[in-house]
Design a protein. Structure first.
Length: 445
């Protein structure tokens, strides 16, 4: 457990840095351009790159030592942030903020690449739970991982807003390079005893992604593919929030205040992770997963009904508190029913499929919000005339309307899924322990 805790600390440092510079760039671009389209495209690009890289990252995790994979992740991040820093000082600010200029997209690409490299580390840390933690404590260990993610968001949310508000993008880039170097230095001091892991029979070539074999493993567990697709649907609707939340929040308060608010509500993420780390997920993580999703969608319907930063803060606090529960449930199921030597690829497949949904929504919702829904709810728009009297009028109310619609769809689909025959079969299914799991382990679904 000491080694696991050291890896968690190093992951906290690395992911905090990655999220810090990513949030800082989004805040900076929006404040300089006031373009919802730009933030939507950047958010969608992140998820799209995550989707395409997931399978490959999972393959790397399964076929290389976990510490090596984490080091590669940090080195890629260092290269991306360093190149972005050089470009920032070499190109004029006007060119760097011109969405039609190649320099803008190259700058985004460098930071995007450095940030997405953190996904490689995330897959690796998920498999180290199986490697280093006893089976009956893995749900709580996943709660610890969720707590680390929460601390990461809390720190980056505060400092990204403050950094852009007080010292600017140049200092933010410099800090990201320095902190990545610190993470690399710390990782060299962590000792992780592990054997190089290949296929179970040792025959699988390292150069092949083996998608067919990964799908076979997933299909061999009744309900696992359905679980992945349910998470995918949630991410599809979640793309609305990813694209518009920063723009919505910044339309209500200053960037410094918005950063402080994110820092505060991110403690919900920490609280949710700590709860799972202490209490676990209960007898049925699947049931817990659905109940939590119902609550989350209700929150998404209620908080946008009025332009209030207080209501928004409370709603997002509840939402973020529940996210670690959802993530821990999915991770615990995969760790329990998938052989260790293939977990990287299954986690990578899940990441690819689930991440692919959000950019589709993000790329669609940006233009829809910018060119249709915002004018629809602005003064003189049809929507403003229909519901503006009680819902409100203005650009932020257009974004709020999209949040409400997404929440209603999510709630309806979740309730239908929970009432379905498939849910009943899945909830009563007893998982047979696979060979790498102790035979005394209780079935988790």
């Amino acid at each position: 457990m000491k080694t696991f805790h050291q890896l968690l600390l190093n992951t906290l440092l690395a992911l905090t840095t990655n999220n810090f510079v990513w949030f800082a760039m989004i805040f900076w671009v929006y404040l300089e351009t006031r373009s919802v389209l730009a933030t939507a495209v950047m958010g969608g690009s992140f998820m799209l790159m995550s989707a395409f890289s997931g399978l490959f990252f999972g393959h790397l995790v399964d076929h290389h030592k976990k510490k090596t994979v984490m080091m590669v992740s940090s080195l890629i991040s260092l290269a991306g942030f360093s190149l972005a820093t050089i470009l920032y000082f070499a190109v004029s600010k006007a060119a760097l903020l011109d969405l039609a200029d190649i320099w803008f997209w190259l700058f985004v690409f460098f930071i995007l690449g450095g940030a997405v490299a953190g996904n490689l580390r995330s897959i690796a840390i998920a498999t180290t739970v199986t490697l280093l933690v006893p089976a009956d404590r893995r749900d709580k260990a996943n709660g610890m991982v969720g707590t680390v993610n929460g601390v990461t968001f809390a720190i980056t949310s505060v400092f990204s807003g403050l950094a852009i508000g007080f010292v600017g993008m140049d200092w933010s880039l410099g800090a990201s390079v320095f902190m990545t170097l610190v993470a690399i230095a710390h990782l060299t001091t962590v000792k992780l005893e592990e054997k190089r892991v290949a296929a179970a029979d040792g025959s699988e070539p390292v150069t092949e992604l083996d998608l067919k074999g990964t799908l076979k493993v997933i299909r061999s567990v009744p309900g696992l593919m359905a679980l992945i697709f349910f998470a995918t649907f949630n991410n599809f609707l979640g793309g609305v929030f990813m694209s518009l939340m920063d723009a919505y929040g910044l339309s209500l308060v200053s960037v410094e205040t918005w950063g402080m608010i994110w820092g505060f509500i991110s403690f919900g993420f920490i609280a949710g992770g700590l709860y799972v780390a202490r209490r676990g997920l209960g007898k049925s993580p699947l049931r817990t997963l659905f109940i939590v999703n119902i609550i989350m969608w209700i929150v998404c319907i209620l908080f946008p009904l009025k332009s209030s930063i207080i209501i928004l803060t409370i709603g997002m606090l509840v939402y973020l508190t529940l996210i670690p529960v959802v993530e821990a449930a999915e991770q615990t199921i995969i760790q329990s029913v998938v052989p260790y030597e293939r977990q990287g690829r299954v986690f990578g497949f899940a990441q690819s499929i689930e991440s692919a949904a959000s950019p589709i929504t993000a790329f669609l919702i940006g233009p829809i919000a910018q060119f249709w829904v915002i004018p629809f709810m602005s003064a003189g728009g049809v929507g403003a005339a229909w519901i503006g009297g009680w819902f409100g009028v203005g650009p932020e109310r257009g974004m709020a309307l999209l949040f409400v619609v997404a929440g209603i769809i999510g709630l309806c689909v979740t309730l239908l899924a929970k009432a379905s025959r498939s849910y009943k079969i899945l909830s009563s299914y007893k998982v047979k322990p696979v060979k790498h799991i102790e035979p005394t382990q209780e079935p988790i679904i």
